[in-house]
Design a protein around this ligand. Structure first.
Ligand SMILES: Cc1cc2nc3c(=O)[nH]c(=O)nc-3n(C[C@H](O)[C@H](O)[C@H](O)COP(=O)(O)OP(=O)(O)OC[C@H]3O[C@@H](n4cnc5c(N)ncnc54)[C@H](O)[C@@H]3O)c2cc1C
Length: 368
C-alpha cells in the first residue's frame, strides 16, 4: 500500500476525531479533543525541536479541515499559543509547559488583541509594570481563541509607553496566576473564544519571551509561520464544500436530468474548482517561501495566500449551499457547519483588508 501523504494522514486522523469533536460543547475548549490530538502525535509534529516546517503545518491543517474543523482549530491554536513558548522561553519554563502542551493535558492561547487594538495591534495598551523580580499586568485581552479556559497564554504587553511596536514585550502567563478574571464570548462559529481582565497579575522575569520591548518580533515570528496555514485551513474547508456539491449535483435530478448538466450549476462549480486550485498554489508557495528562510517575497505571498484562500472558501461554501438548495441549510448539515466556520478566518490573523494593504505595499516597494 502506498505511503499516505501528510494531508491524507491528517484527514484520516480528523475522521477518527469527529466523534470526540461532537462530544464537546460548541464554543468551549474540548479537553478530550486536545488529549486525542496529543495522543496522535500531531502536537509533537508542530513543536519540533527546530520549529515546524510551514509546508507540513499547511498539510496537517488542510487535511484536518476537510473533515473536522474543531480538531483543526484545536491544533492551530495550540500551535499559535505554544510556539512562542517552545521557541523563546527559558529552559525551565519550556520544561514546565511543553510536555503538557505536547500531550494535550494543557491548552495554550496567543493573546495579542485587545478591545482597543485589533488590526492596529501596535497600539495595544495592556501594561506590564516592573515590580521586584517580575512585572504586574493590568489591562484586558479580548477575542482570544481558547480563552478563558486555556491553562497558559503567550501575552503581549506594553513595557514602554508611547513606543508603538517597539515597546511591547511577550510573556508566558499561567492562567491560574492571581489577578486574572475570565470572560467568555459566544460567537457565530463554534470557536472557543473569550478574554481575560488582568488586575495586577504578577509574572516573574524569567517568564519573558525573548527580549524586553522586542515582543513584536515574537508575535511576527509566530504569525509569519502561521499565516499561510490559515489559508490551508480555508483550503480544506473549500474542498469539503466542493466535494459535497459535486456529489449532489451529479446525482440530484430536476427537469429530467442531473443538475450537473445545467450550465448554471456546473460553471459555478468549475469556477470554485479553479479558485481552489489557485489557492492551493498560493498557500504552498507561501509556505515554501517561509521554509526557505530567505525569500524576500514571503510577506506578500503569505498575504496573497491568506486573502485568496479564505475568500475562496467563503465563496465555495456559499456556492455549495446554493447547489444543494434547501438541504444545504439544514442546521445539522456539514454545509451549515462550514457556513458558520468559514467566516472568521477572513478576520483573524489580519483581516482581508489588512492583507490587501500588505500586498499593495509590497507590490509598490518591489515595483511588481
Ligand atoms: C474567531 C476569532 C478568533 C480570534 N483569535 C484570536 C487569538 O487567538 N488571538 C488574538 O490575539 N486575536 C484573535 N482574534 C482577534 C483578531 O485577530 C482581530 O479580530 C483582528 O485582528 C481584527 O481586529 P478587530 O476585530 O479589532 O477589527 P478592527 O481592527 O477594528 O477592524 C475593523 C474593520 O476595519 C478594517 N480596517 C482596520 N484598519 C484598516 C486599514 N488600515 N485599512 C483598511 N481596513 C482597515 C478591518 O479590515 C475591518 O474590516 C480572533 C478573532 C476572531 C473573530
Amino acid at each position: 500500500m502506498p505511503e499516505l501523504s501528510l494531508i491524507e494522514e491528517a484527514e484520516r486522523l480528523g475522521q477518527a476525531l469527529v466523534p470526540v469533536a461532537e462530544g464537546g460543547t460548541p464554543g468551549r475548549v474540548n479537553r478530550e479533543l486536545a488529549l486525542a490530538l496529543g495522543a496522535s502525535g500531531m502536537f509533537d509534529r508542530i513543536f519540533k525541536e527546530e520549529g515546524v516546517a510551514a509546508v507540513d503545518l499547511c498539510r496537517i491543517r488542510q487535511g484536518l479541515a476537510r473533515v473536522c474543523t474543531e480538531a483543526e482549530t484545536a491544533l492551530a491554536v495550540q500551535g499559535l499559543g505554544g510556539s512562542p513558548i517552545h521557541l523563546n522561553a527559558t529552559s525551565a519554563v519550556r520544561e514546565r509547559w511543553m510536555p503538557l502542551l505536547r500531550s494535550g493535558e494543557a491548552v495554550a492561547a496567543f493573546a495579542l488583541t485587545e478591545p482597543g487594538a485589533g488590526s492596529d495591534v501596535a497600539n495595544l495598551a495592556l501594561e506590564a509594570v516592573p515590580d521586584g523580580d517580575g512585572y504586574r499586568l493590568n489591562g484586558e485581552k479580548r477575542y482570544i481563541s481558547n480563552a478563558p479556559e486555556a491553562d497558559v497564554a503567550t501575552v503581549f504587553a506594553r513595557t514602554t509607553p508611547d513606543a508603538g511596536a517597539r515597546g511591547v514585550t511577550a510573556f508566558v502567563v499561567p492562567i491560574d496566576t492571581g489577578g486574572i478574571s475570565p470572560m467568555h464570548l459566544d460567537m457565530l462559529s463554534p470557536h472557543p473564544l473569550g478574554g481575560w481582565v488582568f488586575d495586577g497579575a504578577f509574572v516573574p522575569s524569567d517568564h519573558v519571551l525573548g527580549e524586553i520591548d522586542q515582543g513584536f518580533r515574537v508575535a511576527m515570528q509566530t504569525l509569519d509561520m502561521f499565516r499561510p496555514s490559515v489559508g490551508a485551513f480555508a483550503l480544506g474547508m473549500a474542498e469539503a464544500a466542493l466535494r459535497i456539491a459535486v456529489e449532489h449535483a451529479a446525482t440530484r435530478e430536476a427537469f429530467g436530468s442531473p443538475i450537473s448538466e445545467f450550465q448554471g450549476v456546473s460553471h459555478q462549480l468549475a469556477d470554485v474548482r479553479t479558485a481552489i486550485e489557485a489557492s492551493g498554489h498560493l498557500v504552498y508557495s507561501a509556505a515554501a517561501a517561509y521554509d526557505s528562510g530567505k525569500d524576500e517575497t514571503l510577506t506578500g505571498k503569505a498575504a496573497m495566500a491568506k486573502v485568496h484562500a479564505t475568500e475562496t472558501a467563503q465563496h465555495a461554501v456559499d456556492v455549495a449551499i446554493q447547489v444543494l438548495g434547501a438541504r444545504g441549510l439544514e442546521s445539522d448539515s456539514t454545509l451549515a457547519h462550514l457556513y458558520k466556520e468559514v467566516r472568521a478566518p477572513r478576520i483573524y490573523e489580519g483581516t482581508s483588508e489588512i492583507q490587501r494593504n500588505i500586498i499593495a505595499r509590497e507590490m509598490f516597494r518591489q515595483r511588481i
